[in-house]
Each structure stands twice: as structure tokens, then as C-alpha cells.
Write a protein that binds this ligand. Structure first.
Ligand code: RTP
Ligand code: MG
Length: 148
């Protein structure tokens, strides 16, 4: 089953949005298979955002993501990668539709509350960066006859 890496960024943790965000993905019907509150090291931040290393905002991005705890998660379900991206909304919260996480809770592009993998390749890479295999759980849900 497809998996994705989602992370409540430091602004979301500071603003007490962990529960709200987990709630949205739980209610949608996806399955939480890994989660932890953690500080991101500078090395991990640079590795995670390596695709942006030539961009002018790279330094700010690394400073921000290492500035306080994040809530890292692995979610499972059919088409969870693209569906989670839809539920997050556009990168710039001012362009994100109401009903999306960024549309409902964000204003600035640098502090946009949530991260989500954008492809199967980045999902695999990011889950590997943030989680050991032993931290990812496999289990059945009693409601799997209706959702997952
Ligand atoms: P993310 O990786 O955090 O899920 O966000 P994304 O795919 O929607 O956006 P991406 O292009 O990967 O950019 C990564 C993060 O960099 C910050 N950013 N700042 N100042 C700027 O113009 C700018 N552009 C991007 C955002 O915080 C974005 O989430
Ligand atoms: Mg991205």
C-alpha cells in the first residue's frame, strides 16, 4: 500500500495544530503507521531539502525547519501521496484553497504549516531519512471494511 511522509512544521507545532492536522488525515480514512515529535538537525534539514539547495531561500528554509520541534508522520492508503498534497493546498498559503491545511491556517510561504512528499520517489527517500524501519507499524483496522 502507498505511503507518504507528512510533517507538521515548527509553526504548526507552536500553534497547537498537530491534533487538527492528524484529525483531518484520520477522518479522511488514511492510516497512521508512524509518528514522532522531534528536532530536525541541520544535516537532516539540508538533506531533506537538498533539491532546493541553490534557491535563494535555502538558508531560511533550513533555519526555520530546525528552529523547533516538528511532528513527523508516515501515512498509508490508496493514492495517499497525491491526495495528501491536495489536502495540504498550494505551497503559498495565500493561493491555497479554503478547506486545505495551508488555506485554512497559513499566510506566509516560508511558514506554511505542513510538509508532504510530492512523489513516490520523494516519499521513499523522506521516510528513509526520518524513520527507522522499526518505527513503522503494520496493523489492520477494524473499520477496514469501509475505508482502509
Ligand atoms: P514542502 O516541500 O514543504 O511540502 O512544500 P512544497 O512541496 O509545496 O514546496 P517546495 O517547492 O518543495 O518548497 C519547499 C518549501 O520552501 C519554502 N519556500 N519558500 N520564499 C519562497 O519563495 C519559497 N518558496 C518555497 C516553502 O516553505 C515550501 O514549503
Ligand atoms: Mg516540496
Amino acid at each position: 500500500m502507498e505511503k507518504t511522509f507528512l510533517m507538521v512544521k515548527p509553526d504548526g507545532v507552536q500553534r497547537n495544530l498537530i491534533g487538527e492536522i492528524v484529525n483531518r488525515f484520520e477522518k479522511k480514512g488514511f492510516k497512521l503507521v508512524g509518528a514522532k515529535l522531534m528536532k530536525v538537525s541541520e544535516d537532516l534539514a539540508k538533506n531533506h531539502y537538498a533539491e532546493h539547495k541553490e534557491r535563494p531561500f535555502f538558508g531560511e528554509l533550513v533555519d526555520f525547519i530546525t528552529s523547533g520541534p516538528v511532528f513527523a508522520m508516515v501515512w498509508e492508503g490508496e493514492k495517499v501521496i497525491s491526495t495528501a498534497r491536495e489536502m495540504m493546498g498550494k505551497t503559498n498559503p495565500l493561493e491555497a484553497a479554503p478547506g486545505t491545511v495551508r488555506g485554512d491556517f497559513g499566510i506566509t510561504v516560508g511558514k506554511n504549516v505542513i510538509h508532504g512528499s510530492d512523489s513516490p520517489e520523494s516519499s521513499e527517500r523522506e521516510i528513509g531519512l526520518f524513520f527507522n524501519e522499526s518505527e513503522i507499524t503494520t496493523y489492520d483496522k477494524q473499520d477496514s471494511a469501509w475505508i482502509y
